[in-house]
Design a protein around this ligand. Sequence first.
Ligand code: KIV
Length: 266
Amino acid sequence: MTASDSKVTVPLIRKKKERGEKIVMVTCYDCPSARLLDEAGIDILFIGDSVGNNVLGYENTLPVTMDDVLHHSKAVRRGVKRGLVLADMPFMSYQVSAEEALTNAGRLVKEAGVEAVKVEGGAAVAPTVERMVAAGIPVMGHVGLTPQSLNLIGRYRVQGKQPDDAERIRADARALVQAGAFAMVLELVPANLARTITEECPIPTIGIAAGPHCDGQVQVFHDLFGLNPDLNLRHVTRYAEAGQTIRDAAARFADDVRAGRFPASS
Ligand code: KIV
């Protein structure tokens, strides 16, 4: 094993911040995609609750269940050798009580083999984070835009533009550090706020639509590789047009079958 082949662990993710090495995280929902991302050297393979809108056909992440995340986490786990496997805790799997959160996080570790979990929120979830960490479960936090609060915030929009809002997000970030989170996602916040939080927090920040100053970046698989070809998001750069490639290939296959060219006669 070379250094870049070595297994990614929670302590290694923390060390990357100290060393000034950027952390790369991509969402992943199935085994073949996990294998490809892992072979490409992605550090964190993340079963996001965005499985709801990217795979299950929901409009948002709110309907996603523990069973959904468990099912997809097991598939991802089977495809990964090197990367850290991180699972999202779906809406209402950790908000009711710290006990229920612990039970659900424990299921993700024991039944699906994930190595860490992620929860949305800052100060409000800090006691729950503390409880899970005390039980030996590494937790990643998530502040700024928290999609599970969609009904409260009305629509997905930049958070932390006003000074008091920015202050609240900084306080949330500090609460996660205090509670023992090993890293946090910063979503849809101004780049200068992300820079401030990154500088004042000892744990890695992983940004999405939060500018270039975070310790790492996370992107959604389907956005990154063009599998939502009709969706154009400002923060996304497509590294492949897999959606278009599949659509064209499927049309060529259909033409060949209809024209009697497939299968070729032997
Ligand atoms: O579920 C998800 O895809 C996420 C990312 C936006 C970080 O939480």
